[in-house]
Design a protein around this ligand. Structure first.
Ligand SMILES: Cc1cc2nc3c(=O)[nH]c(=O)nc-3n(C[C@H](O)[C@H](O)[C@H](O)COP(=O)(O)O)c2cc1C
Length: 198
């Protein structure tokens, strides 16, 4: 039976959603592994108004059980002021019961992000996204420089995780290099999860 890698993302304008699809393709290049793609609802200052449980478009909303059941996690967020977006952090802050039981400890995890500007905080976002995952005891998987796209990219792509330079209007499509690095990250994550499961 195939094991699932959870690809969990938040995307307001579509860049992270596109990256998630390519990370998922990388996951599915590994025999016996499949991608489970999930998103989180936006958060609102109007707390009385609750979101529908199923989004109008995009991936279904995540549950804590998705995390419990996964063999690994790829977490994707737009950069917001050099950090991950609040809706994703809001969901992560509901995972205390998993933390108490160390249910994610020893599972591999990877991160990906997108920015408008080249120096707008890709690395800070990726590194800070790792922090709660490390509290959970997850094993971080990055991208090694044997992926030579890292040496030549003039857009996104970091050793800490996949990234995308969306541009001032947030409309840049993924470059071929960014796309390959998304796929490489998904494949490495799934390969690691498979080896750990043996
Ligand atoms: C509130 C807010 C804060 C942002 N902060 C940053 C930032 O610190 N650096 C940056 O380069 N882009 C920043 N952006 C731009 C987004 O990171 C960028 O458009 C990203 O590609 C959006 O991803 P999405 O298309 O998946 O929503 C910000 C956007 C918003 C709405």
């Amino acid at each position: 039976m195939a094991a699932d890698i959870l690809i969990l993302y938040y995307s307001r304008y579509g860049a992270i959603a596109a990256m998630a699809q390519h990370v998922a393709r990388g996951v599915e290049e590994v025999d016996g592994m499949q991608a489970r793609v999930r998103s989180v609802p936006p958060v609102s200052t109007v707390c009385e108004v609750s979101e529908d449980s199923i989004p109008a478009e995009g991936a279904p909303y995540v549950s804590v059980d998705d995390l419990r059941e996964c063999a690994g996690l790829a977490l994707g967020s737009p950069t917001r002021f050099g950090n991950m977006a609040a809706p994703l952090k809001y969901f992560i802050d509901t995972t205390g019961s998993l933390w108490l039981g160390a249910e994610l400890a020893g599972k591999p995890a990877a991160v990906f992000t997108s920015t408008s500007s080249l120096h707008g905080g890709q690395e800070t976002t990726l590194l800070s996204m790792m922090l709660p995952l490390m509290h959970h005891g997850m094993l971080m998987v990055g991208i090694p420089y044997s992926e030579t796209d890292l040496l030549h990219t003039d857009a996104g792509g970091t050793p800490y995780g996949a990234s995308h330079l969306a541009g001032a209007d947030s409309k840049n499509p993924l470059t071929e290099t960014e796309l390959r690095l998304c796929r490489a990250l998904g494949k490495r994550l799934a390969g690691t999860a498979r080896r750990l499961a043996r």
